[in-house]
Design a protein around this ligand. Sequence first.
Ligand code: GAR
Length: 195
Amino acid sequence: MGRMKTRLAVLGSGSGSNCQSIFNAIDDGRLDAEVVIVLSDNPEAFILKRAAQRGVPTGILDCHGFKNKFPEEEQSALAERLKEMQVDLICLAGFMRLVKQPLLDVFPRRILNIHPALLPKFPGVEAWKQALEAGAEQTGCTVHYVDAGMDTGEIIMQAYVPVLAGDTPETLHARIQVQEHILYPAAIQSALSRL
Ligand code: GAR
């Protein structure tokens, strides 16, 4: 019997194009893993449809009507559930809530995030817009381990994206996303080879 593949859980709040890039990398053999569950705090998020289309189990994270908060008791319940499922790595893919202690304690150095800027520059929301407003000549994307701060954990890999004359927030974000879709699977593969 072969070794069990690395088991990933993906958490996202939106379109899930990064989750799709993980699926694609698995299918191409660039990522030696399987996605065992996709979870969202937003029942309408397209990421859930992408998962369902692939036959990957999905779930909704109940955030008790809070706009940004991820209630601690939900994080504890999630940690328990993912542990029971023998999840090896949690990949945040456009997940717009802060992960805190209960999850961090159960999955130390086992939670990754992709951020649309060259951290430590432009943490937080709409990082591509922040780069544009700051007049940056280049920005990019970063995959990092998640710690208790906002977008502060140890960096695994980064990719550069130039800011072009005439860029709008939409055109810049679209070019960053092209790089994200290459970077995230590569960084996950690198992290899982060091588990
Ligand atoms: C991505 O650009 C990701 O880097 C960003 O949200 C987008 C999600 O797109 N994440 C953050 O801003 C986290 N602070 P997707 O749903 O198509 O993967």
